[in-house]
Design a protein around this ligand. Structure first.
Ligand SMILES: [Zn+2]
Length: 104
């Protein structure tokens, strides 16, 4: 666990901090830690960059699709209501006109 590795620029023994790069206190330079010194999986610098956009984009897409579907359903219902209500309006108008004509 507490293995050391030699600094590539000055050769000083360094303890791996678990990061892909670290600072050498002896020669004051940022060095790349050898992959075998990294603990566990060495994929972690790549994984978040690949996964993050997929997570960030898809819910927004679904939301937009849901919004469009909701608007379509609302328009459809509105058309159905208009089609159903229009004959009643004509009937009421006809009744009013008939009543007015009868009164005269
Ligand atoms: Zn060094």
């Amino acid at each position: 666990m507490t293995k050391t590795f030699d600094c590539p620029s000055c050769g000083a023994p360094l303890r791996p901090m678990g990061t892909p790069t670290q600072f050498c206190t002896y020669c004051e330079s940022t060095i790349v830690v050898p992959t075998e010194q990294l603990p566990g999986r060495r994929v972690w610098p790549i994984r978040p960059a690949v996964n993050f956009p997929r997570i960030a984009v898809s819910p927004a897409d679904i939301q937009q699709r849901n919004k469009r579907t909701t608007i379509l359903i609302c328009v459809f219902l509105l058309v159905v209501v208009i089609v159903m209500v229009t004959p009643f309006i004509f009937m009421i108008l006809a009744a009013i006109i008939g009543a007015l004509a009868g009164a005269n």
